[in-house]
Design a binder for this molecule. Structure first.
Ligand SMILES: Cc1cc2nc3c(=O)[nH]c(=O)nc-3n(C[C@H](O)[C@H](O)[C@H](O)COP(=O)(O)OP(=O)(O)OC[C@H]3O[C@@H](n4cnc5c(N)ncnc54)[C@H](O)[C@@H]3O)c2cc1C
Length: 457
């Protein structure tokens, strides 16, 4: 690492989860000292923790996220593979079912990383803390930002230690980055200081989730490394099974609008059986469970439009899920945090003048696409409330046609997954050659694939 550009300057990041760590990675190139303040005690091994309850649930890293992690931490993928994770071809080795069809499996160059969320976060944390100018303060609850005499500029944060003494202290900084997740207090802090709050956009989906890990045998799931059964009419239930380090499967089942999968053995297996395809059921009915069933509720896609604010204090930024949190079923959140890290690095390269305004504008542009993908797909569900523009209706109709065409067409399957993995813009699905392939293949009668129960283990 080269010497930071502003050696005398200090930055503080609130939260040491994926977002906070990736923000710290970008800041470390520019600030002499970067302190990450985290209220939890962080585990030495790859264990879930209280401040990130979602870490117990299935987390897939999109291909774009893996690519950015590799850029930020060279050799990251190889290091993870050395520790028991695996890379897998996302087109060839994962079953994707949606809109009534499977995508065609064929070799591609799109590599994913089969790894648990605690291992991913723990490994990113270790890499970030190897940077000489980054330090971590655990058990450190950030109470609020502090200001100069006038509240025009943030000058640090007031923190309370959770070491038993509960002492409060002020930590000074030239820049404070809020990466405290979707429950971020930034809107309330701004309001208390007389600043406008960001407009919040919400699409309520009330997802019910239940997750469990199982011992993985290589012959299960027809030798594939994962299967994603997307939510479709009539019941809009979905499921994901992914290989992880330690010869484990992680399985999540879910439903919309309060359709909560049961957390008892037979109820969970029956829910798996109710999915439109049998692959997940075929594993969970025979595989050895390695932990209890864990429930989770996710209320809404939530976006805070900081880029619209005309007044915002200098020396303050918001990052990661605190900016936007997506329906987790599309696996986008960590990849968006990766992309924001690159964006922050670019903004800092142009100086710190109006850093918030510039960062929020770029972040908003890069959030637009995953937001459209998540919200647009959720609006397929007839009872999810939200505006179904002509564009949303057309895209959802077209993706259905594309899925059908891609059951026998590796080019279409790869193109779709490149967009879903945030490697390409959605417009790439409408390239004339792609649209022509979709049209031609839809002229032939649909081929219905039926897999008898019990054939996938
Ligand atoms: C069930 C579920 C499944 C998901 N699956 C995927 C997936 O498959 N792929 C994917 O890419 N994304 C997935 N996501 C999204 C992903 O988990 C988030 O995008 C990601 O965790 C965001 O990281 P973050 O650091 O912004 O926020 P968080 O992970 O929420 O972390 C916030 C951190 O801030 C700390 N904190 C909060 N307040 C304070 C304070 N006042 N002082 C100090 N510390 C504080 C917390 O302890 C925590 O460590 C999923 C999310 C959920 C809910």
């Amino acid at each position: 690492m080269q010497a930071p550009l502003h050696p005398g300057k200090r930055a503080i990041v609130i939260g040491a989860s994926i977002g906070g760590l990736l923000a710290a990675r970008a800041l470390a190139d520019y600030y002499g000292e970067v302190t990450v303040a985290e209220r939890d005690i962080l585990p030495d091994d790859y264990e879930p923790r209280k401040g990130v309850p979602h870490g117990r649930h299935t987390h897939g890293l999109l291909a774009r996220g893996r690519e950015v992690l590799e850029e930020l931490f060279p050799g990251f993928t190889e290091e993870m593979v050395g520790q028991g994770a695996a890379t897998s071809d996302l087109v060839d080795k994962v079953l994707w079912f949606n809109h009534g069809f499977y995508l065609c499996n064929a070799p591609s160059k799109m590599l994913g990383l089969s790894i648990s969320r605690p291992m991913l976060e723990g490994s990113v944390r270790r890499r970030v803390l190897q940077l000489p100018n980054v330090r971590l303060r655990e058990r450190c609850d950030v109470l609020e930002p502090t200001f100069d005499r006038t509240p025009d500029r943030v000058t640090g944060v007031r923190v309370r230690s959770r070491d038993g003494l509960h002492s409060t202290q002020t930590m000074n900084a030239d820049l404070v980055v809020d990466a405290s997740g979707r429950g971020s207090s930034s809107p309330a802090w701004l309001d208390a200081l007389g600043y406008p709050k960001p407009r919040e956009e919400q699409i309520k989906i009330n997802l019910g989730y239940a997750t469990r890990q199982y011992r993985r045998l290589p012959e299960q799931l027809r030798g594939m490394r994962g299967a994603i059964i997307g939510a479709c009419a009539p019941d809009w239930r979905f499921g994901a099974i992914l290989a992880q380090e330690g010869d484990r499967w992680i399985v999540t089942l879910g439903g919309y609008l309060g359709d909560q999968p049961p957390t008892d053995d037979s109820g969970f297996i029956a829910f798996a059986q109710s999915l439109q395809k049998p692959e997940i059921f075929d594993v969970v009915r025979v595989a050895e469970p390695l932990c209890p069933l864990m429930p989770y509720q996710f209320s809404a896609n939530l976006r805070r439009h900081y880029e619209e604010l005309f007044r915002f204090p200098a020396g303050f930024l918001v990052f990661g899920d605190a900016l936007c949190s997506f329906n987790p079923a599309y696996g986008q959140g960590m990849t968006v945090a990766c992309a924001e890290s690159l964006a922050l690095r670019e903004c800092l390269a142009a100086g710190t003048q109006d850093i918030a305004g510039r960062f929020f504008r770029v972040a908003s542009q890069l959030i637009d696409i995953p937001w459209q993908i998540a919200v647009g797909s959720d609006l397929r569900h007839p009872r999810v409330e939200g505006k179904r523009t002509i564009q949303v209706r057309f895209i959802n109709w077209y993706i259905g046609k594309l899925y059908r065409a891609a059951q026998d067409d590796a080019v279409l399957a790869s193109r779709f997954l490149e967009v879903a993995n945030l490697m390409r813009q959605p417009a790439a699905l409408l390239d004339p050659q792609i649209a022509l392939r979709v049209w031609k293949r839809n002229r032939a009668p649909a081929r219905v694939v039926t897999i008898p129960r019990g054939s996938t283990t």
